[in-house]
Design a protein around this ligand. Structure first.
Ligand SMILES: [Zn+2]
Ligand SMILES: [Zn+2]
Length: 324
């Protein structure tokens, strides 16, 4: 796996490294989808957990988007949402599968000019940290923490399912496809959500090795990049389809992909966005379940934990996603 993956990464790196970057602006799935994923995951839980989570679905939805909101006030937050595998691979082909300290050691061996480890993304390692925190909260029976951490862990696990969170070219800015990030993770799923198949038949999985599991999710995401970009390229080449339309908001015109473009793009994706959504739901439920098993399967009081006023306001008036 590593050698073919490395070759692919190397190729992508060559293409992207000759071009210039833009500041990170991706936010993963959009607020709508993050809330849907956390809500949907609740229904896959076993009887011992489902009541607590169902009673507090509201909190799990609020905390599904907290990590994105935090990006604007905490400079440490941004790198937790992505990992630029192409950048890491250009440094050394051995990063895939490493834990945090091994990755940091390798980075420091290879990079000499005072770049700080982490700026190219720490998504897999942050997921692991949150898994540890959730397990500890469950061991201690701290219900409020359990819900808050579960909600946020759901966010990061969902981010790992988004191909564009695994590349330096996260918004097509290096390939003339600016805007593809929001197209893939917000516009298309929000457009098609009503048609999605909600039934997930697969049993929850217990993650024997969370590090390995998270890396495999990220590699699956990364391996989808070719189809994510090439579908956009194909639709752009079709002269019968207008690429953009304009929406007027507060007196200003905002350019978005046209409806016809989105419809054709979704067709060319052949259901892979829906599939990724369903896999994210399954993974979020599985990771909550794994933490609970590792905490010794504690019994919780299934009560509703009151939510504070600012969280309440946030859910009622969510910030809009700035992908568009
Ligand atoms: Zn994103
Ligand atoms: Zn995110």
């Amino acid at each position: 796996m590593n050698s073919s993956f490395s070759k692919k990464l190397g190729l992508i790196s060559v293409v992207f490294f000759v071009l210039n970057g833009l500041p990170y602006e991706g936010k993963a799935w959009g607020f709508f989808m993050h809330k849907k994923i956390n809500s949907h995951a609740i229904y896959l839980l076993p009887p011992e957990l489902i009541t607590l989570y169902k009673n507090n679905e509201f909190t799990l939805k609020v905390y599904a988007t907290k990590p994105d909101n935090r990006r604007y006030i905490d400079p440490k937050e941004g790198p937790r949402h992505f990992i630029d595998l192409d950048t890491y691979d250009a440094i050394d082909s051995g990063f895939v599968g490493l834990n945090y300290s091994a990755a940091k050691d390798l980075y420091n061996q290879c990079v000499e000019d005072h770049h700080e480890f982490g700026q190219d993304g720490i998504l897999p390692w942050h997921c692991l940290l949150m898994i540890h925190e959730l397990t500890e909260a469950m061991k201690g029976g701290r219900l409020e923490d359990i819900l808050h951490i579960s909600g946020e862990l759901g966010h990061y696990i969902s981010d790992a399912h988004v191909p564009l969170h695994t590349t330096l070219n996260y918004n097509g800015q290096r390939s003339g496809q600016h805007g593809i990030h929001g197209l893939w993770e917000s516009t298309i799923p929000e457009l098609e959500f009503e048609q999605y198949d909600y039934w997930i038949d697969e049993e929850l999985s217990y993650w024997e090795n969370p590090l390995e599991k998270i890396w495999s999710i990220i590699l699956d995401s990364h391996n989808m990049l070719f189809s994510v970009f090439s579908a956009e390229y194909c639709v752009s080449e079709d002269v019968t389809i207008p690429k953009y339309s304009y929406r007027y908001r507060q007196g200003r015109a905002h350019r978005t992909y046209s409806k016809a473009f989105c419809t054709r793009y979704a067709e060319l994706c052949e259901g892979h966005i829906e599939e990724r959504y369903r896999q994210a739901v399954h993974a979020v439920a599985s990771v909550w379940f794994t933490c609970w098993v590792n905490a010794g399967k504690p019994q919780f009081h299934d009560r509703v934990i009151p939510i504070n006023q600012s969280d309440q306001d946030e859910l009622n008036h969510p910030s809009s996603c700035d992908h568009h």
